[in-house]
Design a protein around this ligand. Structure first.
Ligand code: HEM
Length: 509
């Protein structure tokens, strides 16, 4: 009897607390006066409903909220989405502006000590510092011969596919390339997806594992205790629940083994102390960092994030550019004519400094980075101090952000935003306007993409080489296969896939 009473009291108390929390969030919370539907501000379970029950659909609601309520909307109890092209830079701040990230968002990956999950601004700066030189433009320029040789292997494989008439998943082919490059650069040893198999098929288990894992992200975010419980389950059961887990675990073991070797080498002073670090681990073991930043977990977490960040993003944008060029033969013809001026024969690809000076290729790359909804996260920042916006003063502690696709599709800056029109970049330059200032694809500020120089070099060299070498066609694929119908960190189609199939129709001379 006594235990029944206790249970009833607990139930009533938690119900009362929930009701009070809802009332507080709607009427008394510091964000209560900001525009937005009452239900979005009342509870974060509104977002969970759209993302878990409806399957990655909250992004549609957010777009609708902006259309109805204007540039600033409360999208969760603690988060404001601000869609205002001129204000974008203020959301993310200058390189030095203090911006934290919320613990809740930091929780969505399992790499809790990586840069992506580092909550505090100063801590993040300490961790990012030693990697800046490693990913600088100068350092990436030295990597170009390797990138060029891997793109060459991709060309060879595509020629074999042409000979046997194979249809290719473009994203698998591009991710084989990006994985080979990032694994070599970050770890000093390439996964060699392009060199290993001499046939014309492409495999990339890690790419598919990352996608499988992405579907679990809303559950990890809204129900962290589920994630904690899952960690207690045996691997065979986890694998049955989500096939990506086993592959991701193998990747973690691989990263950890390499990190451990680097730590051993550092301890026994085998590490080279002069010159550029040869792996990310050598960079992360920099003398300037305190010992607590040089643990096995820290090295492993960063290793995984850099590998994951470096393979899927660039591959998806390459797929994106490919799809749009194939759907717009006029753009492709213009691009090819320009490429022939620096690549009279399809053979060697010129260095990126030459490619970056080609106006139409540059416009194609920028437009490819802008026009599709590829990255779905909102990349929020937690304000350390209040921030004025129009008539509002956004309080410290608020999470603010603007999803990449929202900023990249503002019609006042990018008219007819859903259209792939590289010319807009050339026309803007002729008018003296710098559209790159508005491009959100790598985010801005002190937490912007660390791999931006590598990404651009890969994009320029790959697009130039592939379209100078091949004529190809889409096979049973179109825009709907790269459009965002569901959002789980990355975009997915209605039936939880992403990407197009292509066939090589001619090898160019
Ligand atoms: C087209 C390709 C790429 C795109 C669009 C892209 C986009 C992004 C974005 C939007 C972020 C910001 C995350 C945030 O604000 O929380 C980010 C962070 C990051 N990216 Fe990239 N990325 C690309 C390629 C790469 C590559 C090739 C690497 C290889 C190293 C890389 C490594 C990273 C890392 C380490 C971070 C975390 C930075 C930090 O928190 O300080 N990315 N990327």
């Amino acid at each position: 009897m006594h235990s029944v009473t206790l249970a009833s009291v607990s139930l009533v108390a938690s119900l009362l607390y929930t009701v009070w929390r809802l009332v507080y969030n709607i009427y008394f919370h510091p964000l209560a006066k900001f525009p937005g539907p009452w239900w979005a501000g009342a509870t974060s379970y509104a977002e969970a409903y759209f993302d878990i029950i409806k399957g990655g659909r909250y992004f549609i609601e957010i777009e609708a909220m902006h259309a109805r309520y204007g540039p600033i909307v409360r999208v969760t109890p603690t988060e404001l989405s601000i869609r205002d092209a001129e204000f974008y830079e203020h959301i993310y701040g200058s390189m030095n502006a203090r911006r934290d990230v919320d613990e809740t968002f930091a929780r969505v990956t399992t790499a809790s000590t990586s840069l992506l999950c580092t909550v505090n601004h100063d801590h993040h700066r300490i961790r990012r510092g030693p990697l800046l030189g490693f990913f600088s433009k100068q350092a990436i320029t030295k990597l170009e011969p390797f990138i060029s040789s891997r793109v060459g292997l991709l060309v060879e494989k595509l020629k074999r596919a042409y000979e046997v008439g194979h249809v290719i998943e473009a994203n698998d082919a591009y991710s084989a390339l990006t994985t080979d490059i990032i694994s070599f650069y970050a770890y000093g040893k390439s996964f060699d997806y392009l060199g290993k198999d001499t046939d014309s098929t492409f495999r990339n288990d890690f790419l598919h594992a990352l996608s499988d894992m992405a579907f679990a992200q809303p559950i990890m975010q809204h129900f962290p205790f589920v994630a904690d419980c899952l960690r207690l389950l045996p691997e065979w059961l986890l694998t049955a629940l989500n096939p990506g887990i086993s592959c991701a675990n193998n990747l973690r073991i691989w990263c950890s083994t390499n990190a451990s070797k680097a730590l051993e080498a550092a301890k026994s002073n085998k590490r080279k102390h002069s010159g550029k670090p040869e792996t990310i681990f050598e960079a992360l073991l920099s003398d300037s960092l305190p010992p607590e930043e040089k643990t096995l977990q820290r090295l492993t977490d960063e290793g995984i994030v850099i590998l994951g960040a470096g393979l899927e993003t660039t591959a998806r944008y390459l797929t994106n550019v490919t799809t749009h060029l194939l759907l717009n033969p006029y753009c492709l013809a213009k691009l090819r004519a320009e490429l022939k001026t620096v690549m009279p024969t399809p053979g060697d690809c010129p260095p990126s400094i030459i490619l970056e000076n080609l106006p139409y290729l540059s416009a194609v790359v920028q437009e490819g980075l802008r026009c599709e909804r590829v990255l779905a996260s909102r990349f929020t920042r937690k304000l350390v101090e209040p921030l004025p916006y129009k008539d509002f003063l956004i309080p410290a502690g608020t999470n603010i952000g603007c999803a990449i696709y929202l900023q990249n599709h503002i019609a006042e800056v990018f008219p007819e935003p859903d259209k792939f029109r590289p010319e807009r970049w050339i026309e803007a330059r002729e008018r003296g306007e710098n559209l790159v200032k508005y491009l959100a694809t790598f985010v801005k500020g002190g937490r912007m993409c660390l791999g931006i120089n590598l990404a651009y070099t890969e994009l320029y060299m790959t697009v130039a080489t592939i379209f100078r070498n091949f004529e190809m066609e889409l096979v049973d694929s179109g825009l709907e296969d790269i459009a965002m119908a569901r959002a789980y960190q990355f975009s997915f189609t209605e039936d939880y896939r992403w990407g197009v199939k292509v066939r090589i129709t001619q090898v160019l001379k």
